[in-house]
Ligand binder design. Structure first.
Ligand code: ZN
Length: 340
């Protein structure tokens, strides 16, 4: 970690940051994963350096969403147990705080953490318990969980999950809670419109609505996320830049695009060397958030995302970055107390 951070200007490190799109499974710090794997005798290799190669996307693996997704199976070996999930959430949150993240939304699909017998609600509570632990030492940091329904599990499971997520909604609890609902997983063949009822349940339950859309599929899926699901934010949304009418709609309705530059270049959602869509979104007046997606898989953090995108933001990049994070805070689902 120390080596990766060298060369980051103090002006970026000292920025107050907002993280709206970060997955638990792809962000569990390497040392934490290694410790948990070894504790349970599950380590498939003998050294942490070999483990790093399996968990972090390697140079030769870039440009393929499949290679990217293949990095997620080892974390699932350990995150089937309450204490491990809690420990992972604590480590991720502490790392975010170290990068001056003051608003942290983590996201996670509880269903894929129930293979060893946890219930969905226990899987959710484990993350919230981790948040609560770190907040004791950092009361100024605001945390919340976005529950993800996996598209490949189908609309019916998504509905069941939405109901269970509501039971842990932030506004029903004294401390941290579930603040949002999302769908993720393979886009093609699983159009957003199929998940309309699940999003209706989540909306009525007071959760914020965000949708992974336009990462692999075209702008029509972003339209569906808005028109059929009532999305208030869009995860990635890269292909929206090809549709001028859609850009106008996103700007008019103040829909925030959760941009994850490193991840997008790594999966091939954005071609290497091409400008990142965040530039076009900013030009079109579309609200954006700068996010990490998966700090471990993408070998990134909030400082690195800012440093990497800064050259594309031109002169005054620092002021632009500051404005992005300030405005992103207004799009966080945390603390809305079920106003939707
Ligand atoms: Zn994502």
């Amino acid at each position: 970690m120390a080596a990766r951070r060298t060369g980051i200007p103090a002006s970026i490190r000292s920025l107050r940051k907002v993280e709206l799109h970060q997955h638990v499974d792809g962000s569990i710090p390497l040392r934490t994963q290694w410790r948990l794997l070894r504790r349970h005798g599950l380590n498939p290799v003998e050294t942490i350096d070999e483990m790093r190669q399996r968990l972090v996307l390697q140079a030769g693996e870039e440009g393929s969403l499949l290679s990217y997704l293949d990095k997620f199976h080892y974390p699932l070996w350990i995150t089937q147990f309450y204490e491990n999930v809690r420990e992972a959430a604590i480590a991720i949150t502490r790392e975010a705080v170290a990068h001056r993240v003051e608003v942290l939304e983590l996201r996670y699909s509880p269903v894929i953490h129930t293979y060893a017998g946890l219930t969905v609600r226990q899987a959710i509570r484990a993350v919230l318990s981790g948040f609560n632990h770190v907040q004791k030492a950092h009361p100024g940091v605001r945390c919340g969980l976005v529950v993800i329904a996996m598209r490949q599990h189908g609309p019916h499971i998504a509905k069941i999950l939405a109901r269970q997520a509501i039971a842990e909604a932030e506004h029903l609890h004294e401390r941290t809670g579930v603040v949002g609902f999302d769908i993720a997983g393979p886009e093609h063949g699983n159009p957003p419109r199929l998940f309309r009822e699940a999003f209706e349940i989540a909306r009525k339950g007071g959760l914020g609505l965000t949708v992974h859309a336009g990462e692999a599929a075209g702008p029509d899926y972003v339209w569906q996320a808005l028109d059929e699901l009532g999305a208030q934010r869009i995860g990635h949304g890269c292909t929206a830049v090809a549709d001028r009418t859609l850009l106008k709609r996103l700007a008019r309705d103040r829909i925030c695009i959760e941009c994850c530059p490193s991840s997008n270049y790594q999966t091939g959602a954005v071609a290497k060397g091409a400008p990142h869509p965040i530039v076009r979104f900013l030009e079109a007046g579309v609200p954006v958030a700068l996010c990490t997606d998966n700090t471990v898989v993408s070998a990134t953090d909030q400082d690195l995302e800012a440093a990497r995108i800064a050259p594309q933001l031109g002169r005054g990049a620092l002021a632009v970055l500051r404005a992005i994070h300030r405005e992103a805070a207004g799009h966080s689902f945390i603390g809305r107390r079920g106003e939707a």
